[in-house]
Design a protein around this ligand. Structure first.
Ligand code: PEP
Ligand code: MG
Length: 580
C-alpha cells in the first residue's frame, strides 16, 4: 500500500481498478528506411490490417449507433482504396521515405485540401483523413491506444496528463475517479472533472512508474488530495466511510438545486453558471442557474480535426440561449492556447504558452475564424436577445476597439445579407491580466461589462503557472495582492457603472464568497456542479457580517494569514449552525 498526497483537484472519493491512459507516441522521425521493397510491403500489410480493423469496427458501430455512423468508418476504407492515394505513398517510398513518412505526408496533404474547401460537409472529410492517418501510423508503428469510450465499470483513469479533451471522452458512469501526474486546481482538465462530478487528484509525481493497467486498485480522495495505491482492508473501510459522508453531503445539497439564490438578508443574488457545452448548459438549467456567466466556446473547437463553422456554432449558441429565455448568456470568444490545444489549428508549440499566442491575440490575427464566431453569436443574439459577447485575455484598449470594429463589420455584412442579428449586443471583457486590472478605469469606457477570471489573474499576478502542481501553494486567490486586485476591479466597475461578475474557480470557494459579497460583486458564475453549494453558502451570509470579515482580513500581509483567519471563521459558523 502506498499513500500519496497531492492536489485536491476535484472533490469526491472513488475506489477502482487502475486504467492507464498514455498519449500514443507517433513520432516516426528516428525510423530508418529499410529499402523500397520492404517499405512497400510494410505499407501493404498495414493497409490490409487497417481495412480489417475498420470493417470490424463498422459492424460494431452499426449495431450500436446505426448505419449512418458506420458509413463514416467505411468511408475511410474507400479513401485508402483510392489508387491515387496509394500511388502517391509508393512514389514517396521510392524516393527514400519510410512507410510512416509516406503515409503522414500524403494524408496530411489530403487533409489540408479538404480543410480548406467551402462546403462544411466536405470539410468534415478532413477529420476522417486525420483519423485514417492516425490509425495507419499506429498499425505501422505497433502502437496500441486505449479506447476511452469502452473503459469498463469501476475504473480509475490514471495518466501523466489528463487534458480536458480526454476527460470529456470518458464513459462517466464507469469512472470512479481520475489521477494525473501534472495539472493544478485551475487547469482545464480539473475544471472539466469538476463539471462532470469526477473526483480528481493531480500533481501525483512518479505515479506512472508505480502502476500498470489493471494490476492495481487505487483509492482517490479528490476532496483531501490523496491517492492510495493497493489499499489494505483498513484503508478500504475508511474509504467507505468517507464515501458515505460525501454522499450525505451531496444529498443535503439537493434542496439548494433549482431555486433562487438569496443571501442571509433575504436579498436576491445573481448566480449564473460556467459551461463548455450544451450538455452542461442543461445541467446548469436544471440546477436553477441565472443564465450563463461564461460559455467557454473553445471546447467546441477541441477534440476534432476541423473547426466548427458559422452554422454549427450558430446552432449551439442558439440552443444554449433558448434554455435561458429570461436571463443572460455570456459567450466568450475563442480562448485557445495556454493549456487548451486545438488540433485543427495545428499551432506550433511555444516555450511559454500561457504568455503566448493565445485568446484575443490569436483571434485578432485570424479574422476569418474570429468573424465566423462573431457572426454566429450575433445571429444567435437576434433570436433570443439575451446573449452578450466576452473577450478573453484583454491587456489593452486597442484589443477591445479592434474587436468592436470587427463586430461592427460583421453586423453590417449580416444586415446586407438579410440575416437577422442583434445590433445592440453588449461586448464585455474578462479581467484576468494585471494590465487589465491596472487599466480597468480606461477599459471600462469601451467594455460594457467585466468578468473577473481569477484562474488566470492569480497565475499572472503571482507569476505561478496554474497548471504546475509544484506551485499549488503559491497559486492562491487568497494572496493579498490578488484580493486587492479583485476588490479594485469591482470598485472600478461600480464607479464607472458597469456590472462586474466573477467566473474564476475562486467564486465557488466558501472562504471567498463573503469577501466577494462585501466587495460588491454583482454576479457569481460557477460550474454547474458548484451551483447548489454556492447557493447554500450565500444564503448563510448577511451583508454586515460579510463586510466585517472583509475588513478584518483587508490588511493581512500573507496568503497563510488570510486563509487561516477565513477558515477559522467559516468553521466556527458551521459548528454554530450544526448546534442550532
Ligand atoms: C479564468 O481565467 O479565471 C477563467 C474563468 O477562464 P479560463 O479558466 O477558461 O482561463
Ligand atoms: Mg482565463
Amino acid at each position: 500500500m502506498e499513500k500519496i498526497k497531492a492536489v485536491a483537484a476535484s472533490p469526491g472519493v472513488g475506489l477502482g481498478r487502475v486504467v492507464v491512459y498514455v498519449e500514443p507516441d507517433l513520432n516516426f522521425g528516428g525510423l530508418v528506411y529499410s529499402g523500397r521493397e520492404k517499405e512497400i510491403a510494410r505499407l501493404e500489410l498495414a493497409v490490409t490490417a487497417f481495412k480489417e480493423q475498420i470493417t470490424l469496427l463498422a459492424a460494431e458501430t452499426e449495431a450500436k449507433a446505426g448505419k449512418q455512423q458506420a458509413a463514416i468508418l467505411t468511408g475511410q476504407i474507400a479513401m485508402i482504396s483510392d489508387p491515387f492515394m496509394i500511388t502517391q505513398m509508393e512514389e514517396l517510398i521510392g524516393q527514400g521515405r519510410t512507410a510512416e513518412a509516406a503515409v503522414s505526408e500524403v494524408t496530411t496533404s489530403f487533409k489540408e485540401m479538404f480543410a480548406n474547401v467551402e462546403d462544411e460537409k466536405m470539410r468534415q472529410r478532413a477529420t476522417d483523413i486525420g483519423d485514417l492517418r492516425k490509425r495507419l501510423l499506429m498499425i505501422l508503428m505497433e502502437v496500441k491506444e486505449l479506447d476511452l469510450a469502452s473503459i469498463g465499470p469501476d475504473s480509475v483513469v490514471v495518466g501523466e496528463d489528463l487534458p480536458a479533451s480526454v476527460i470529456t471522452s470518458l464513459p462517466t458512469a464507469n469512472i470512479q475517479a481520475l489521477v494525473s501526474e501534472i495539472g493544478g486546481y485551475t487547469s482545464h482538465g480539473a475544471i472539466m472533472a469538476r463539471a462532470l462530478g469526477l473526483p480528481l487528484v493531480s500533481g501525483v509525481t512518479g505515479l506512472m512508474k508505480l502502476i500498470t493497467t489493471g494490476d492495481h486498485e487505487i483509492i482517490v480522495d479528490g476532496t483531501k488530495g490523496e491517492a492510495i495505491v493497493d489499499p489494505d482492508e483498513n484503508a478500504k473501510t475508511e474509504y467507505r466511510l468517507r464515501r458515505e459522508a460525501w454522499r450525505e453531503e451531496q444529498s443535503s445539497l439537493k434542496v439548494f438545486l433549482g431555486r433562487q439564490t438569496v443571501d442571509g438578508d433575504g436579498v436576491r443574488r445573481t448566480l449564473s453558471s460556467n459551461i463548455s457545452s450544451f450538455a452542461e448548459a442543461k445541467l446548469a438549467q436544471g440546477a436553477g442557474a441565472d443564465g450563463i456567466g461564461l460559455f467557454r466556446t473553445e471546447f467546441l473547437f477541441l477534440d476534432r480535426e476541423t473547426l466548427p463553422g458559422e452554422e454549427e456554432q450558430f446552432r449551439v449558441y442558439s440552443e444554449v440561449a433558448s434554455l435561458f429565455p429570461n436571463s443572460e448568456v455570456v459567450i466568450r470568444t475563442l480562448d485557445v492556447g495556454g493549456d487548451k490545444e486545438v488540433p485543427a489549428l495545428d499551432l506550433p508549440k511555444e516555450d511559454n504558452p500561457f504568455l503566448g499566442y493565445r485568446a484575443i491575440r490569436f483571434c485578432l490575427d485570424h479574422t476569418e475564424i474570429f468573424s465566423s464566431q462573431l457572426r454566429a453569436i450575433l445571429r444567435a443574439g437576434a433570436e433570443h436577445g439575451n446573449i452578450k459577447i466576452m473577450l478573453p485575455l484583454v491587456t489593452s484598449l486597442e484589443e477591445i476597439t479592434s474587436a468592436r470594429a470587427l463586430m461592427k463589420q460583421c453586423l453590417d455584412d449580416l444586415k446586407r445579407e438579410n440575416l437577422p442579428c442583434d445590433p445592440a449586443i453588449q461586448l464585455g471583457i474578462m479581467v484576468e491580466t494585471p494590465a487589465a486590472v491596472l487599466l480597468a478605469d480606461i477599459l471600462a469606457k469601451e467594455a460594457d461589462f467585466f468578468s473577473i477570471g481569477t484562474n488566470d489573474l492569480t497565475q499572472y499576478i503571482l507569476a505561478a503557472d496554474r497548471g504546475n502542481s509544484k506551485l499549488g501553494h503559491l497559486n492562491s486567490p487568497f494572496h493579498p495582492a490578488v484580493l486587492r486586485a479583485i476588490e479594485n476591479i469591482i470598485k472600478t466597475g461600480r464607479k464607472r457603472s458597469i456590472p462586474v461578475s466573477l467566473c474564476g474557480e475562486a467564486g465557488a470557494d466558501p472562504m471567498m464568497i463573503p469577501l466577494l459579497m462585501a466587495y460588491g460583486l454583482d454576479k457569481f458564475s460557477v460550474s454547474p456542479s458548484s451551483l447548489a453549494s454556492v447557493r447554500r453558502e450565500i444564503s448563510t451570509w448577511r451583508l454586515t457580517e460579510a463586510n466585517s470579515l472583509a475588513n478584518e482580513v483587508r490588511d493581512f500581509p500573507t496568503t497563510g494569514s488570510v486563509k487561516a483567519h477565513l477558515l477559522q471563521v467559516i468553521e466556527n459558523r458551521r459548528k454554530l449552525r450544526t448546534i442550532a
